[in-house]
Design a protein around this ligand. Structure first.
Ligand code: ZN
Length: 144
């Protein structure tokens, strides 16, 4: 059964979550790092987010600028659900139906999200030997 989950999420709440997740220090101009309080609303997208124009350097940016979703016109609620689905390992067929996206689109975003997650992995070994043992155990499966 496919739930109409995309229709049930609020774009404002989702945009707030995306901003908090991708811009933990608050959304800032990528050019001069000033806050949105020193910018004016430049354009409101019908997809639930706005572009800001910096009053200091005149750069235009939005909540996707500087993220893997830069240039995307996905609604914030679709971004939230896409991230959730990929992190939970949802099959592409389910994501396509629930999010109303094409198979190619879901494949593209899944690849980008996974590549981004891979880049963010630490290259140094964990310092706690017990944690490594636990992780190995988790990945070993239950057959033994
Ligand atoms: Zn600026």
């Amino acid at each position: 059964m496919i739930f109409p989950i995309t229709d049930l999420l609020d774009d404002k709440e989702s945009a707030a979550w995306v901003e908090k997740y991708f811009h933990p220090k608050g959304l800032r101009c990528p050019g001069c790092q000033t806050t949105t309080q020193q910018a004016r609303l430049f354009r409101t997208h019908k997809r639930g987010f706005v572009d800001y124009r910096c009053q200091k350097c005149h750069g235009v940016y939005n909540l996707y600028t500087g993220t893997l979703f830069a240039g995307s016109n996905l609604e914030p609620r679709r971004v939230v659900l896409l991230l959730r689905g990929v992190c939970k390992g949802e099959p592409s067929t389910v994501l396509c139906q629930e999010l109303g996206l094409s198979r190619q689109s879901v494949h593209k975003w899944r690849s980008r999200i996974q590549a981004n997650a891979q880049e963010m992995l630490s290259e140094s070994a964990l310092t706690d030997a017990d944690t490594e043992t636990d992780e190995r155990f988790q990945n070993a499966g239950e057959k033994r």
